[in-house]
Design a protein around this ligand. Sequence first.
Ligand SMILES: [Zn+2]
Length: 114
Amino acid sequence: MLHILLHFIVPLFVALLFYRSKWRYATVIMVLTMIVDADHLMADPVYDPERCSIGFHPLHTLPAIGFYVLLFVLPLIFDRKNENQSIEKILNILHLAGLGLLIHMALDGIDCLL
Ligand SMILES: [Zn+2]
């Protein structure tokens, strides 16, 4: 139960710390990345408290996590302050989604250690 709560609390704290001016927006985007757990539906059983998600579920594997790193980093490289507002908006969403996914993987990873 604490694990699920952390999936809401950690994004909220990260948003308040690093995205203060739009913390609600940032929190919503990051929390929405929990949809990544949809890959659990492919597993049998769907939920197993003893199972480590990292490296087991397709969207929790190393290649997927590498993609989340790119989502987080590339918008920073391509400067999110774009003259085209819609491009700026998309880059912001990709950046926050990447961050949310990385937080998610970190929290799931910590769960594997316990
Ligand atoms: Zn997960």
